[in-house]
Structure formats: structure tokens, C-alpha cells
Design a protein around this ligand. Structure first.
Ligand code: MF3
Ligand code: CO
Ligand code: CO
Length: 254
């Protein structure tokens, strides 16, 4: 069942989603050569708890940290670590989910560090475009399949692959609720979008093949071919005449 949020629930979603967005704004200047992903984790953790919220990933199905940090060939669910030191030319996705007043807000961004190769920079730009164009399909009467269709079309037109093993998701009182938001598919298929639905769009786009594997730590998902992967995520509300990007940051002019 896909939950429809009331006006009051939507206000609470706005608040938690804006806290998640502000956490990404706050952490941006710390994403620099020599910083460890463990330090990124601690700073995000303190920022979130100082504002009366809880970092949703912490202890979620046993996840051991407060944010996910996914470097280069890591597709998603990277575990912050003292031994992961950010290097020049890296790309780092930081995935922040906050739990505030009983509601979750989920957003992530891939940061470029120093001199990133043109090939990888283009991957990151196209991944953002995939998310952005997918968001534009969100409106009452649309279908969840419209999202995957446009993402797939854009990614494939650049020779990239779309990860299928992990999806976007409904979000609200639960971190992951119905519907599943698959990032490939066919327009006009899947559940119909209705005002009051809230879900994430979070395409993971690979330079090489779509296949991933989970490392022995039980969480970190890397590409099988070790080629790099990028991701962006927003939490979206279906409104009466379109959508609202609940996790939109001030810096994003869209
Ligand atoms: N934030 C991720 C998502 O976008 C989920 C992370 S689950 C965790 O759905 F356990 F790895 F934190
Ligand atoms: Co998510
Ligand atoms: Co997320």
C-alpha cells in the first residue's frame, strides 16, 4: 500500500527533508583531499543530532554508521572508515537520511574532488541530468514507470548502464516504504502517481556494466568491473499540479 500524506504529515516531511538537505550543504566544504570518510561521518552525525534528529542509517538492519559514503567504484552503501582517505580526482557520494519528528528525509549527492577526469565528470553530470529529468515526470496521473523510462533513455544514450539491484522507494514514517521506484522501465507502467505520495528518485549510473557485488563487510556494493559509478537522490512529493523537491538545496538552481 502506498501511503498518502496529509497536509500535516507533508509539513513534517518538509522539515526532515530540509534537515537532510542542509546536512549536505554543511558537509560540502569538508569534502577535500586528506579527509577520511570516518571524519565525514562524525561531522554529519553531530550536525544531525544537534538539531534534534536521528541519522536513519545508524543501526538500520545493522548498518554501523550514520551516513553512507561511496567512493569511485562503490555503487552505494559504502561504510565510512578511518582507512578511506579522500584523494585528488575521487568522486564521493554522501547519502544522508534524517529522522525528525517521526519522519524520514533522504538525499544524496556525488561530490567531485580536485582534478576529476573529463570522462568521470561527464558521468556525474549525466547522472544528475537523469535524476533531474526523472523528477520532471512526477505529477498526478503519471506512472512510476515514467521515471525509469527517462533515466534509462538518457543513460543509455551516453553508453552508460543503470543499476537495477537497488531502487528508489516510498518514504515517510518508514525509511523504505512502497512503492519501489525502479530506475529502468517503460513509461505508463507501474503505480499511478497521486497527490500526497512521497518517494525518492536515486539513479545509480555506471561507466561500465550494471552488475554489482556486495563486499565481505555485508554492505559495500562495488561494480563487478571496478569502473566508477555515480548517484544523486532527492525525496519528491507529488502535489496537486506537479511535484515539490522536498530535499532541494539552496545552491541548486532548478
Ligand atoms: N539512504 C539509502 C537510500 O537511499 C539507504 C541506506 S541504507 C543503509 O535508500 F543501511 F545503508 F544505511
Ligand atoms: Co533512498
Ligand atoms: Co539515500
Amino acid at each position: 500500500m502506498i501511503s498518502i500524506k496529509s497536509a500535516r504529515e507533508i509539513d513534517l516531511m518538509r522539515a526532515t527533508c530540509q534537515l537532510a538537505a542542509q546536512t549536505l550543504e554543511y558537509i560540502a566544504p569538508f569534502v577535500k583531499v586528506g579527509v577520511t570518510t570516518e571524519e565525514i561521518n562524525s561531522l554529519c552525525h553531530e550536525f544531525i543530532v544537534a538539531r534534534g534528529a536521528y541519522p536513519s542509517p545508524l543501526n538500520y538492519h545493522g548498518f554501523p554508521r550514520s551516513v553512507c559514503t561511496s567512493l569511485n567504484e562503490v555503487i552505494c552503501h559504502g561504510i565510512p572508515s578511518k582507512s578511506d582517505v579522500i584523494k585528488d580526482g575521487d568522486i564521493l557520494n554522501i547519502d544522508v537520511t534524517t529522522y525528525l519528528n517521526k519522519f524520514h528525509g533522504d538525499t544524496n549527492k556525488t561530490f567531485l574532488v580536485g582534478k576529476v577526469s573529463d570522462e568521470v565528470k561527464k558521468l556525474v553530470d549525466v547522472t544528475y541530468l537523469c535524476m533531474r529529468e526523472a523528477i520532471k515526470t512526477v505529477r498526478p496521473g503519471g506512472h512510476i514507470g515514467d521515471i525509469g523510462a527517462i533515466i534509462q533513455e538518457i543513460a543509455h544514450s551516453h553508453g552508460y548502464s543503470v543499476v537495477e539491484d537497488y531502487c528508489g522507494h516510498g518514504i515517510g514514517r518508514e525509511f523504505h516504504e512502497a512503492p519501489q521506484v525502479v530506475h529502468v522501465g517503460k513509461a505508463g507502467t507501474g503505480p499511478e502517481m497521486k497527490p500526497g505520495m512521497t518517494f525518492t528518485i536515486e539513479p545509480m549510473i555506471n561507466l561500465g556494466a550494471k552488475e554489482g557485488k556486495v563486499l565481505k563487510d555485508g554492505w559495500t556494493v562495488v561494480t563487478r568491473d571496478k569502473k566508477w559509478s555515480a548517484q544523486f537522490e532527492h525525496t519528491i512529493l507529488v502535489t496537486s499540479n506537479g511535484h515539490e523537491i522536498l530535499t532541494l538545496r539552496k545552491e541548486e538552481l532548478i
